[in-house]
Design a protein around this ligand. Structure first.
Ligand SMILES: CC(C)(COP(=O)(O)OP(=O)(O)OC[C@H]1O[C@@H](n2cnc3c(N)ncnc32)[C@H](O)[C@@H]1OP(=O)(O)O)[C@@H](O)C(=O)NCCC(=O)NCCS
Length: 106
């Protein structure tokens, strides 16, 4: 895992199993209770093998360890079910883009 400190807050880059997948957990200094899960990605040949789930579990642990109370994300509508199975709940849906805001209590 890499930790970056920026002028807006902190970013943790989580890389799994030699680089088959990664994601970012970002926490703004002005809103420390909320961590944002971003760019969740597993390389195509390694998908549907539990790696995405593993990555999200690492992200939850890291967000909690960093002091956040909530883990939030934006995703495309077709991923809502996937995140729901991993404990997230839909919070908001943008009418124009269809993007869905989801969150999970840590
Ligand atoms: C979304 C993404 C991260 C999911 O990663 P993944 O590694 O395929 O996720 P998992 O393997 O943990 O879960 C996928 C499904 O495969 C199933 N699965 C897990 N192991 C399996 C196996 N051995 N055989 C068959 N299916 C399996 C899981 O049950 C899951 O199904 P479910 O949602 O019905 O429970 C991945 O598809 C991806 O990188 N997509 C492109 C980028 C993207 O859209 N990212 C999201 C940004 S918000």
């Amino acid at each position: 895992m890499h930790e970056n400190k920026w002028n807006w807050g902190r970013e943790y880059i989580i890389i799994i199993d030699g680089g088959i997948g990664f994601c970012r957990v970002c926490i703004e200094d002005e809103l420390r209770d909320v961590a944002y899960l971003m760019t969740v990605s597993i390389v195509e040949p390694e998908r549907r093998n539990g790696n995405g789930t593993k990555l999200v579990e690492y992200a939850k642990k890291q967000a909690k360890r960093a002091g956040a109370k909530t883990l939030s994300l934006w995703c495309a509508p077709e991923l809502v079910e996937w995140y729901t199975r991993r404990g997230f709940s839909e919070v908001v849906r943008e009418t124009e883009t269809g993007m869905v805001g989801m969150s999970l209590e840590l």
